[in-house]
Design a protein around this ligand. Structure first.
Ligand SMILES: CC(=O)N[C@H]1[C@@H](OP(=O)(O)O)O[C@H](CO)[C@@H](O)[C@@H]1O
Ligand SMILES: [Mg+2]
Length: 536
C-alpha cells in the first residue's frame, strides 16, 4: 500500500513554499494550490475511517461563499458532525509533510494512533458547483485508490446533504437510521416532513430565495419536486441567482452590505432569503415601507425556532421534562440574548465562534437551538426528546397535535449540521403556523445597532481570548482599556478576537445608537491596531 501511496503522491506534489492549516472551515484557498491538500485529505479520511472500524467518513469539496476561483475541502465524521478536533491537527500535519517524508508521516500517524491497515476504509464525497471541483476530485480519488478505500462519489451536493448522507450511511439498518441513503431520500424526508409539519396551514404570500449562484440552486429546484404546490398547502417559492457563481448575492453579501441582491424583484413586505455557496447558511430579510431594508439574521431564526418549539413543548405537556436552550456566539445581538432569557424564559449558552462549538454545546440540551448571527445553525434533539415525542400518550387533541408537529420537526430539521434548505422550510412552517408576515417576526425584538470591523495586525495570534472569546487575556492590559471604552457607552458591548479563517482581528461593538456603535467599534479597533503594532 505504501508503494501505491508513494507513486500516487508523486502526481500531487506539495508546493514547497506553502503552509496549510485545517481551520474552522477545513482547508480553503485558491483552487490551484489545493491539489496536494485534497490528495492528503484523502489519506486522512482513509486513516480516520480505519481508526473508527470502517465507519464511513465524508469529504466535501467546497469554498462556500468565497470567490469562484477558490475552493476548499473538509471532513465529516460518521454521525454527520464536523471532524473531531484532534484530527484537525493530524490533517494539518499530513498536508504540510514535505513530499519526501509523506509516507513516513503517514506511517507514523498510523502507528501512533494504533490503526490497523487491514481494517476496511470507506469514504463518501461531494462537491459544490465550482469549476475546479472535478479536478480536485481526481486528487481525492487517487488517494482513495492508493489506500484501498471503498468510496462513493455523490458528485454535486450541498454541504448539509453530504452530512446527511454520511449519517444515513453509518446508521443504515440500525434503530437510529437517519434516513434513506440517497439524495432522493433526503428530498423525500424533507418533503414528507414539511407536509406533516405544515398541517395544511398557509404561508402569507411568496418567498423569494436567492441561491447565491451556488449548489443550492439546482438542489432547491430538485427539492421543489417533493414539496406540495402552493395551491395545495405548500409555499410559493421564487428562485433567483441559481446560475454561475458571482458577486452581489448570497447570505454573506446581504449580511455584510445590509441590502437585498440587486437581482431581487420582491415587493415591499415580501419574504426573501439568501443561501450561501454550499447552502449551509441562511438569512431572511424584507423591505419595510417605513424602515427600508430589514435583516432577519441567524439570531432571529434562532429566536423564532426556540419560541415555536418552546410553545409546542408546553402544549404537549413536556415543558418540565425537557431542557430547551439556545446556543449563540459573542456575535449574537445583545437584544436577542435578552429576548431569549427574559421573554422566552430559556437559558442561553455562549460558545467560541465556529459551528462545531455551538453544535457540541447544543447537544447538552434535550432541544438545543443553535445559530451564528450570520445564519449557520440548526436544532438538535436528544434521544430523550425523541422518545418523549413518540411515546407520550396525548391527553387532549391539542396535545396530540403538538406532539405530531414536534415529531415532524425532528424529521424536517437536518440535525447533523446547519442546512439552509431545511432551515428555510422550518422558518416557512413557523411563519405559516403563526400567520406572520416578516414584519411581525421582525417586531419580536429590536436589534441593538452594531458594527463589525476587520483589523489587520502584524501577528493576530498575539491576541488571545477567554470567556468564549469575549475577554482578551493577551496582550496584557488591553481588555482593561476595552472595558474602559465600553463603560462610556449606553448598552455598550465590545470584544476583539483573532479570526479563525482570515489573517486579521475582528472587532465587534454594539451600543444604544448607530453612531455610538460605530464610534465604539472604531475606538476599540484603533486600540487593537495600536497594540498590534507594539507587540509585533
Ligand atoms: C464573525 C463571523 O461571522 N465569523 C465567521 C467566520 O469565522 P472567523 O473565525 O470569524 O473568521 O467564518 C466561520 C466559518 O465559516 C464562521 O463559522 C464564523 O461565524
Ligand atoms: Mg457555507
Amino acid at each position: 500500500m505504501d508503494a501505491a501511496i508513494l507513486s500516487a503522491s508523486s502526481k500531487h506534489p506539495k508546493p514547497v513554499d506553502r503552509t496549510f492549516q485545517y481551520g474552522t472551515a477545513g482547508f480553503r484557498m485558491k483552487a490551484n494550490l489545493l491539489d496536494s491538500v485534497v490528495f492528503r485529505v484523502g489519506l486522512v479520511a482513509a486513516l480516520r475511517s480505519r481508526k473508527l472500524g470502517g465507519q464511513t467518513i465524508g469529504v466535501m469539496i467546497t469554498a462556500s461563499h468565497n470567490p469562484p476561483e477558490d475552493n476548499g475541502v473538509k471532513l465529516v465524521d460518521p454521525m454527520g458532525e464536523m471532524l473531531e478536533q484532534t484530527w484537525e491537527s493530524y490533517s494539518t500535519e499530513l498536508a504540510n509533510a514535505p513530499n519526501e517524508s509523506l509516507i513516513a508521516v503517514y506511517q507514523k500517524l498510523q502507528e501512533d494512533l494504533k490503526i490497523n491497515g487491514e481494517t476496511p476504509a470507506r469514504v463518501i464525497f461531494g462537491r459544490d458547483t465550482r469549476p475546479s471541483g472535478p479536478k480536485l476530485v481526481t486528487a481525492l480519488v487517487d488517494a482513495l485508490h492508493a489506500t484501498g478505500t471503498e468510496y462513493t462519489d455523490y458528485k454535486l451536493l450541498t454541504t448539509p446533504q453530504l452530512h446527511y448522507l454520511t449519517r444515513c450511511t453509518n446508521t443504515e439498518g440500525t434503530p437510529q437510521s437517519y434516513g434513506e441513503v440517497s439524495e432522493k431520500g433526503y428530498y423525500e424526508k424533507l418533503g414528507e416532513a414539511f407536509v406533516r409539519a405544515m398541517k395544511g396551514k398557509k404561508t402569507v404570500g411568496p418567498v423569494t430565495i436567492d441561491c447565491a449562484n451556488g449548489v443550492g440552486g439546482p438542489k432547491l429546484t430538485e427539492l421543489l419536486k417533493y414539496l406540495p404546490k402552493a395551491s395545495e398547502g405548500g409555499v410559493e417559492i421564487k428562485i433567483i441567482n441559481d446560475d454561475v457563481l458571482k458577486a452581489e448575492c448570497g447570505a454573506d453579501f446581504v449580511k455584510t452590505k445590509q441590502r437585498a441582491p440587486p437581482s431581487s424583484k420582491a415587493g415591499k413586505n415580501e419574504r426573501c432569503c439568501s443561501l450561501d455557496g454550499d447552502a449551509d447558511r441562511l438569512i431572511y430579510y424584507f423591505s419595510d415601507a417605513e424602515h427600508g431594508f430589514r435583516l432577519l439574521d441567524g439570531d432571529k431564526i434562532a429566536t423564532l425556532a426556540a419560541s415555536f418549539i418552546g410553545d409546542l413543548a408546553r402544549e404537549a405537556g413536556l415543558a418540565q421534562e425537557l431542557k430547551i436552550g439556545v446556543v449563540q456566539t459573542a456575535y449574537a445581538n445583545g437584544a436577542s440574548t435578552k429576548y431569549v432569557e427574559k421573554t422566552l424564559g430559556l437559558p442561553v449558552v455562549c460558545t467560541p465562534t465556529g459551528v462545531k462549538w455551538l453544535h457540541h454545546a447544543a447537544t447538552k440540551f434535550d432541544v438545543g437551538v443553535y445559530f451564528e448571527a450570520n445564519g449557520h445553525g440548526t436544532v438538535v434533539f436528544s434521544q430523550q426528546a425523541l422518545k418523549a415525542f413518540h411515546s407520550k400518550n396525548p391527553e387532549s387533541p391539542a396535545q396530540a397535535s403538538a406532539l405530531s408537529t414536534l415529531r415532524a420537526l425532528t424529521d424536517l430539521i437536518n440535525q447533523t449540521v446547519g442546512d439552509a434548505l431545511s432551515d428555510m422550510l422550518l422558518v416557512e412552517t413557523i411563519l405559516a403556523h403563526k400567520t406572520w408576515t416578516p414584519r411581525e417576526w421582525d417586531l419580536t425584538y429590536v436589534d441593538l445597532p452594531n458594527r463589525l470591523v476587520r483589523v489587520e495586525v502584524a501577528d493576530r495570534n498575539m491576541f488571545k481570548t477567554t470567556n468564549a472569546e469575549r475577554t482578551l487575556v493577551e496582550p496584557h492590559g488591553v481588555q482593561d482599556q476595552i472595558d474602559a471604552l465600553v463603560a462610556k457607552f449606553k448598552d455598550g458591548r465590545s470584544f476583539a478576537r483573532a479570526s479563525g479563517t482570515e489573517d486579521a482581528l475582528r472587532v465587534y461593538a454594539e451600543a444604544a445608537t448607530r453612531s455610538e456603535a460605530d464610534d465604539l467599534a472604531n475606538k476599540v479597533a484603533a486600540l487593537c491596531k495600536h497594540e498590534g503594532s507594539l507587540t509585533s
